[in-house]
Design a binder for this molecule. Sequence first.
Ligand code: GLN
Length: 202
Amino acid sequence: MTAAPLVGVLALQGDVREHERALAAVGARARRVRSVPELDGLDGLVIPGGESTTMSNLALRWGLMGPLRERVRGGLPAYGSCAGMIMLAERIEGGRADQETIGGLDVTVRRNAFGRQVDSFEADLDMPVLGDAPVHAVFIRAPWVEQVGDSVEVLGRVAAGPAAGRIVAVRQGVVVATSFHPELTGDLRVHEYFVEMVREQA
Ligand code: GLN
C-alpha cells in the first residue's frame, strides 16, 4: 500500500490525542471513532489508555461493542494500551461485574495488577521485536497479563523488582496490546511496529 494507512482511535474516553500524535508521527492517518459508520474503511484501530469500565459502558450504550467485536474478529488489526489491553482481552480478573470487552486476545488480564502501593511506575523492558534498545515503559494503574492462550506471543515482560517476569506486552495475529503507555513517552517504536503490521495487512 502506498497511501498512509487510516487508523481509527476509539474516542469514547482516554488518552486519544496522544495516540493520534504518535500515529501521525509514524506516518498513519488517524480518525477518531465514536460511532459505527466511523469504523468503515479503517485499516487498523487503536484502543487508548484510560478507564476500561467507562469505555465498556460507553461502547455498550453507543451501540459500538457489537460492531467493534465483529471488526476485530474479522481481522482488523488492533492495538490497545493499558485500558485498551483490557478491552482487547477475552477474560478479565478484577473487572466490574457488568464489564464487557471487545476481545480478540486469548488472554486473561488482571486489572490494577501492580497494586495500590505502586499506582504508577516506570521501568525499562526488553522487547526484542522492537530492537535491542530497551523500552522505557510508563505504567499507570496498569493491568498485567495473567495467562496466555497457545496462539499468543509474549512480546515483553517486567525485567526486575517485585513484578519481575510479569507479561506486559502480547500479540495474537494482528492484535497487539501493552500494559504500558508508549503514547506518553515519545518512544514511537510500538506505534511503528503496529502501523507496519497494518500496512502489511492492508
Ligand atoms: N486501571 C485502568 C482500567 O482498569 C487502566 C489504567 C490506564 O489505562 N492507565 O481501565
